[in-house]
Every structure is written in structure tokens, then in C-alpha cells.
Design a binder for this molecule. Sequence first.
Ligand code: C2O
Ligand code: CU
Ligand code: CU
Length: 444
Amino acid sequence: LDATDTQKFHLKAQAGKTRFGGSAATDTLGFNQAYLGPTLRLLTGVTTKAEVENTLDSPVSAHWHGLMVPGEADGGPHQSILPGQTWRIDLPLDQPPATAWYHSHVHGATARQVMYGLAGVLHVTDGRDDERGLPSSYGIDDLTLVLQDRQLDWRGRIKYNAGMHEAMNGFKGDTMLINGQIDTAAEVPRGLVRCRLVNGSNARIYNLSLSDGRPMHVVATDGGFLDQPLPLTKLTLAPGERYEVLIDFTNGNETVLMSDNISNSPMGGMMGGSGGGAGFAVLPFRIDRSLPARITKMPQHLNSDIPDLVGTDATVRRISLDMAMGMGMMMSRSGQQFSINGATFDQNSLNFTVAQNSVERWIVSADMMMHPFHIHGVRFQVKSENGQTPRAQNDGWKDTVLIDGTAELLMQFEKPALEMAPFMYHCHILEHEDGGMMGQFSVA
Ligand code: C2O
Ligand code: CU
Ligand code: CU
């Protein structure tokens, strides 16, 4: 993925052909290229002018997942761009540095459009990573890694059939793509390497580790830096989530990023879907001795400025991610089985209004299976999971979190969203989102 430093950009949603290794090229979608889009580096503290042009024959959108911008700039379903049209919008950024991403978000078409490639990565930067002691040479010691699983047929063409099984469980493929490439490896210098991990898969949850057991030092979650690096040997990466980790290659040893197979199915038992199972390789790292190691010392403090939200007067909102189960549902069309608090998404009706600048506590629960829950236009802190202290990896600012039971989220709504341009909240398993496990709210 090419990177551009920019205060102004033009994305063009287009159709293309990509060869993923088989004998045939497959039809794909991308922004400015055949599959995926460029990595855009956006400076915080200034306004970036965005233009998104749609050259396809169906509506698309460009949602800035992780950017804290007002509702009309959010790029959700209400900002769909018709064929032949160009959407021009200002992105006033005042948030801390973070890895965010963009993807199409047209209701009912998101899963298919992202599957075929309508997504890309955003780096929000303040240009001060050197002072922090963080690797920042794009593509050398600062790697942007989009993890996607795909199903390819024998000729190498993407197969995507969203049947009932896929709708229920979310679509999972058997082939890993990293930045749109199969069978790829990363060549890294002997030193610290920063990996910006983005789960751009429709439904697959990765449980990452390194093959030789060395830790990944988490330096940033969805919303920005942690106070200090957090060493973890296992890191879960659910659809929509981002983590920045440092991997230490100063000893010159190679390693492989691996993932466990996670079973996440409401009918795991019934359909014989086995849990766990052997893991798979995500990305091998090889040492390139010709690359100079720029940073060899683990940074100590990255951001001592994480405010602890006080939630004593917070409005409490209960969010239940529902799947209708039973034979009746199995016979019904997908689209009727997913809801939040019993209501399937309706683009013409607002679910609630939040007072601007207020603090709210959302208690989000899921049964039957795990759902990655995402809220637009706000970042949150995870205060508890199933009544316990949250998992270490849920420290810091998040905008997407895997709900495995119940989680308690605390957040402050700073960005406005008009009734005509509300923010979404939804499951980031894209087949569930398209099926209606989504709601919308205004902030006024
Ligand atoms: Cu990444 Cu509402 O989406
Ligand atoms: Cu989003
Ligand atoms: Cu879901």
C-alpha cells in the first residue's frame, strides 16, 4: 500500500482486476487502485479536504472508522455516494495520533463491497513519533498490515456467497491476505518494528501470537497510544479493531505471526463446528540485514495524558445484540434475524439522541456468540467485562470491542451529529451489520 502525506485527497472508488496467485484475475474493487486503497496520513490539528468519487454503478460510501468527526463527515450510510457523484467534505481533526481505517458503509452492501476491496488505512499523526522513540519509517520499521481472509476458487477468484450459514456466522475464508497479497512475508531491520494491525476481515477474529513466544508490545489501541508499552504474548484482533505493536528484532531472529482458529458460531455444537483447532500462519518476518535498525530501545512513556472519564452521573444505556434463534428464524430470510434491543436497523428512524458533551455508560451484551461492537464518532474506555477488570488489551481508548458476554463502556460525546446525519453503532461482523444489527443516534 502506498502512503501519502496529505491535507487534501481524492479517492476514486473503482472496479479492477487482481491476481491473488491463481491463474485467473478476479474482479475486485478499490480506491484509486484495483484492490483496497492508499494509506492516507492525516495530520491532526488541521482540516483535511476529502473527495470521494464513485465510478461504480452502485452507491458506495467512505466511512472514516476511528476519526472523530461530526456526523455529516462520517461517511456512514447517510453519506452514500451515488454512481457518478463525488462527495466533498472537510475532516477537521483534533484527536491524538492513531491508526484508523476507511471502508464503504452502504447499508446492505457493506459486507460485499469490503469483501471485494473497498477499504484502506488512515494514519492520524502529529509528526512527533521520533520524540516518542517510535519507529516511523513507513514500510520499513513502521508496517501497516491489513488482515483479511478470503475464499479463492481453484483459479484464484474471490468466492463470496452470503448464504444463510455465512449470514449467521459471518463469512470466513481459508486464505489469508495481508494488504491484498497472499503468501507474503515482511522484511524487517534488526531493531524494533512497529506493526499497525488492522482487522479488515468481514467476520474472522484472530488470536495472534509470535511463533517463538516472544511478546508483542502494544503501544496503541484503536484510539491512540497507551501510557506505556504493554507486552502480550496473545492478542485478540476482532473485525474493525486496530492495534499498534512493537516487535523486537534486535537479536536478529526471525519469527512468524500466527493466529489460533477461533470458533465463533451460534451453532458451534449443532453443526459440529469444532472450537480451537490448529492455528495458521498470518505473516512470516524475515530479517533484512541491509536495512539499518533505527530504533533498538523500547520506549518508556508514550502518552501520560489519558483522562480517566468520571462516570458517576453518566446516563446508563443498555444495548443488547440479538440474534433470533430457532427453526422459524432458520427458515426466514437473512435480514430479519439480527437486531439491537429487538429492533432491526431502519435507516429512516433514529434510535435515540445523546446530549453533546455528556458522559454515558453503555452496558453492551451478547449471547450465543461474540460480536465486535463499534460506535461511530466517539471513543470509549472499557470499564469492565462480565463484572471483572477488563482484559489488559482493552486498556486505553477503543472504538470497537469484542463483546463476549457483557462489557461496560464509558464515553463522552464531543462531536455533533444531526438527525439527518446520525452516528451508527453496530456489530462489525459485516454480515450481521448488513442484516440489521445496527442502530443510529444523533448528538445534539
Ligand atoms: Cu468500521 Cu460502522 O464501521
Ligand atoms: Cu466507524
Ligand atoms: Cu455480530
